[in-house]
Design a protein around this ligand. Structure first.
Ligand code: CAO
Length: 425
């Protein structure tokens, strides 16, 4: 069966996490992703958080499926020549170098347009144009700069970063959407364009509801925040709201059977107005259905602590899965707090290909997260990440049209293999 992006060639100049998550998605959709890496070293993550000596790390293997690897020293004269051919041949260049690195390499946007006017050049940077545009940025910096940290955690505690990689993988997703849109527009105009996804902007986009709340604050307290029910005044910016539900439906994380020893024996529980009466019956408080102060959603807002304490008495008598079994048939929205161990063993996620087992020549079998987007006419087959430079000659010859002799010459010149820089110059 064909794939959605068959025939699209990606010059993948990405490293670490944000850029690689984007190009991995494009690979899953069928694009030919050619990952350019520095000879001898490659993407720094290959050697970060090593668990199996001599093998590429899980950090690298889990972010670089469905790609081919070519090593090119882009600071070597002959290496630049290879890169030029790649720019002329590919449809999209994706990069997430520090600001200015590509210019310093001699590949400014102007130069790229000159080489290939159809090329789409897509970049992740920490910040967009402005006073911070030159800064290097990693995940947690983006979470802090984009409004996630100031709104995550408990009111009386430190700002918190989240386990979800919203700065890196979140921005990779934004970039992938920009690339697809630019490819679609190119179909009509014949022209490439520049696509920029700053990490701060991507995180802020994911924190959209908190900017909503910032503006609501001007018109009074945020009544769905537990702070309101506790009678604590609001300041001039959105406070951290613990596990309060982000929407208009009050919700909390509640203890379940076994919480004393199991750090994940909890459930999320939402008291949506439409199912309030069913919640009352379920927890043994039928009187709350009609009691003044409990019967209307707005009246309940100053009693949320009392209400959730009562619900918790009920959830503590059940496991998190029993809570789900009891609530789902009643349409009461609940969610067990699933550990990574439980997710890794989840048969449903394995059946859909969201958790996949991949075989790798130097590390053996490992688990990975497959493509989370399912398309009926473009099936995804997850293939292992490439070894460093594994496809160098194949790409030079088959994609770029060099002869086998020329490929050997380029290696001897230090353009594709690591040789002492003094010798190359
Ligand atoms: N051949 C020769 N040189 C190469 C090369 C190759 N194939 N690939 C990269 N290089 C060079 C670059 O040209 C650059 O050289 P100069 O500094 O002389 O211009 C150098 O390697 C280092 O690149 P870098 O500055 O991008 O890498 P870093 O490790 O110092 O910084 C990071 C990493 C992520 C902080 C930075 O790239 C960045 O801010 N990127 C944008 C934001 C981003 O994506 N952050 C998310 C990262 S995931 O948490």
């Amino acid at each position: 069966m064909t794939k959605a992006l068959d025939g699209i060639k990606i010059l993948d100049f990405t490293h670490v996490q944000s850029g690689p998550t984007c190009t991995q998605l494009l690979g899953w959709f069928g694009a030919d992703v050619i990952k350019v890496e520095r000879p001898g070293e490659g993407d720094a993550t290959r050697k970060q958080l090593i668990d199996v000596q001599g093998a590429d790390s899980l950090y690298f293997t889990m972010l670089n499926h469905n790609k081919r690897s070519i090593t090119i020293d882009t600071k070597n004269k002959r290496g630049k020549e290879i890169l030029e051919r790649l720019v002329k041949t590919c449809d999209v260049l994706v990069e997430n170098f520090a600001p200015g690195a590509l210019d310093r390499m001699g590949f400014s946007w102007e130069k790229i347009q000159e080489l290939n006017p159809r090329m789409i050049m897509a970049s992740v940077k920490g910040f967009g144009p402005g006073k911070y545009e030159d800064c290097k940025v990693y995940e947690n910096v983006a979470q802090c700069a984009g409004g996630a940290a100031s709104t995550t955690g408990f009111r009386d505690g430190l700002p918190l970063v989240t386990g979800a990689q919203i700065g890196d993988s979140g921005t990779g997703l934004h970039l992938a959407l920009g690339i697809m849109t630019a490819l679609f527009q190119r179909e009509k105009t014949g022209r490439g364009q520049r696509v920029l996804a700053p990490m701060q902007d991507g995180v802020l986009n994911l924190c959209r509801v908190k900017l909503r709340d910032q503006q609501r604050l001007a018109h009074g307290p945020l009544k769905e925040y537990s702070q309101y029910g506790e009678g604590i005044a609001f300041g001039d910016s959105v406070p951290r709201a613990g596990n309060d539900s982000g929407g208009g439906q009050p919700g909390r994380i509640l203890k379940c059977k076994g919480w004393e020893t199991d750090p994940n024996a909890y459930t999320y529980f939402i008291i949506q107005a439409a199912v309030w009466e069913k919640v009352c019956d379920l927890i043994g408080e039928p009187g709350w259905k009609t009691a003044p102060g409990y019967d209307k959603p707005l009246h309940r807002l100053d009693k949320l602590n009392k209400i959730f304490n009562r619900i918790e008495q009920w959830t503590m008598s059940k496991t998190k899965f029993e809570v789900m079994e009891a609530c789902n048939p009643l349409d009461i929205p609940v969610g067990p707090i699933l550990s990574m161990k439980e997710l890794a063993e989840d048969e449903g996620l394995r059946a859909t290909g969201t958790i996949v087992e991949v075989d790798h020549p130097t590390r053996g079998k490992y688990l990975s997260v497959g493509c989370p987007i399912k398309m009926s006419d473009s099936p995804v087959e997850v293939t292992r990440s490439p070894l460093l430079g594994e496809h160098t000659d194949e790409i030079l010859v088959d994609v770029l049209g060099y002869s086998a002799e020329e490929a050997a010459e380029l290696r001897a010149a230090g353009a594709t293999e690591l040789i002492k820089r003094e010798a190359a110059e």
